[in-house]
Design a protein around this ligand. Sequence first.
Ligand code: GP9
Ligand code: MN
Length: 609
Amino acid sequence: MQRFKGKLPIIWISIFTLWAKTTFAVFYIFHIHTEDSLQVATILINPLAPLLLLMSLALLFVGKKNAAFIAIAINLAVTLLLYFNIVYYRFFNDFLTIPILLQSNNARDLGISLWKLLEPVDILFFIDIIIAFWLKGRMRAVLLFRPKVGLSLACILFFINLTTAHIDRPELLTRSFDRQMLVRNLGIYNYVVYDVLLHGQTKIRRAAASERDYDELNKHVLSDTPANPAYSSIAKGRNVFVISLESTQSFVVNEYVDEQELTPFLNDLITEKGSYYFDQFYHQTSQGKTSDSEFIIDNSLYGLPRGAVFFTNPQNKYNALPKRVKEAGYTTAVFHANNKSFWNRDVMYPALGYDHFFSEMYYTITKENSVGWGLKDADFFMQSLEYVKKLQQPFYAKFITLTNHFPFALAAKDEIIPEWNSPDGTVNRYFTTVRYQDEALKQFFDAIKASGLYDNSIFIIYGDHYGISKNHNKAMSTFLQKDITAYEYIQLQKVPMLIHVPGLEETKTVSTISGQIDVKPTILNLLGLEQGHIQFGTDLFASNREELIILRDGSFISDTYVYTNNRCYSHRTSMETNMHYCEPFFEHVKEELELSDKIIYGDLLRFAN
Ligand code: GP9
Ligand code: MN
């Protein structure tokens, strides 16, 4: 033992071994994907700040004399935190979140298989702690570590981490809710802190709400316009296909680029018998993008002004459309060939009432059949249909496409029409991927017809949000041959909305001012189900609909006026007009958005009986 009687800079050694374990796990267990050296550097740096911070604070508060104890205790605690994530990840392919920890059924799932998830190599994660413990009595720990210097170093490293993360992913904390991306950019420990803070904030808002707030809600009569009885139950008992068209705006419908039709299939479908097309239908999404559209459509509530409900309030009680149809005997499923934790879908979907989530791992994805964000739409639809055929009928199934997502990448062999030729590459490619998506949709319809499911189904097809942002106004102005004023930009927020009911004789284009908030009441009515008690939308077929759609930023569109960017426009002439025409709407718009936020932040639907 004599030769061990040396001095050991135990704090530094612990920081080093923890750092090594963490980066090992990130690369070889979590398989965090990196694309460039900046991302690799970010991963290498990001565990250091929290480790330095922890050690420094402990030394300051517990005392330098206990350095050996502090080093071992922190090493053990942090290793356990890492290790729980590793075990969880092996099973769920995802990182732990506080809501997950609190969800008893998740813990149960894990409990059953826990032993199977442990591997012999795992001992490596603890070996340094065992050695440190063994050496503790035999060696003298030296500090070589000044807590105050450690704190400053932690701050500097944290700042560097935030900077590299921001370069890689602007708006990381507000816009992106992909846990893989969060862990890649923040590191697993900062991510845990972030998750705890977010959870705390949600808890406080929820705790502050009471049953009285719910009763208060009742005073506001929501959805007071009755659904149209003529359309009630016309699709009763039928399967429902809800198809989300990624980044698809209405302006591409019935539009041509260099004499090439952009959406020939959709255009034909709109004129078929049994088709209802809503040509004044707006997306109402905000930072939550696709997930916002899903939330609005399923709940007839607004998304949140900041962040995504899918991420901030997945523990709420909802009375969502899938849950409602499930109660009526439907099987509910979502198909989306992306990582299941993306946008926290794996946690949110059960809360909305989806029984099955066919995520990335259900699909065969190869280099050949993927592009951009993943599986190509055509392959996505075909592979999904195999699962659909096995679902118990009637089913309510949602399909989320992906190919027409920025940066609108497509292999040359999938290009049905060439790119447009403006100086704006994004807009040029958009047309080509929109055309591709339309073709994929056509193939999906053909395959559904061949499967025999068609006649007993209805189809709800909508665009989730814009694909061409303000940054491309110049190219859009060339394309549409008009100035993209704030008014025109609002017009560009229209997305296609089509309801197709095979077997009906009627064909209609409905020009009521409408939005995603109206989808839930509409589907409920078509299926012959009772309207929800708390919902902000109105059946799209209702007569005497209030012609007003509110966007998340407070902009609104009525049949007569359009308000956006602090300007008031006449909807008839599209010219700017006196603000006093828009003013009478302000109070109502504000109240409606605030009421919806209150419901979500306060989790008020838990008080409904
Ligand atoms: C990816 C899909 C697209 O899963 O939700 O994301 P978006 O950026 O459109 O929200
Ligand atoms: Mn989207």
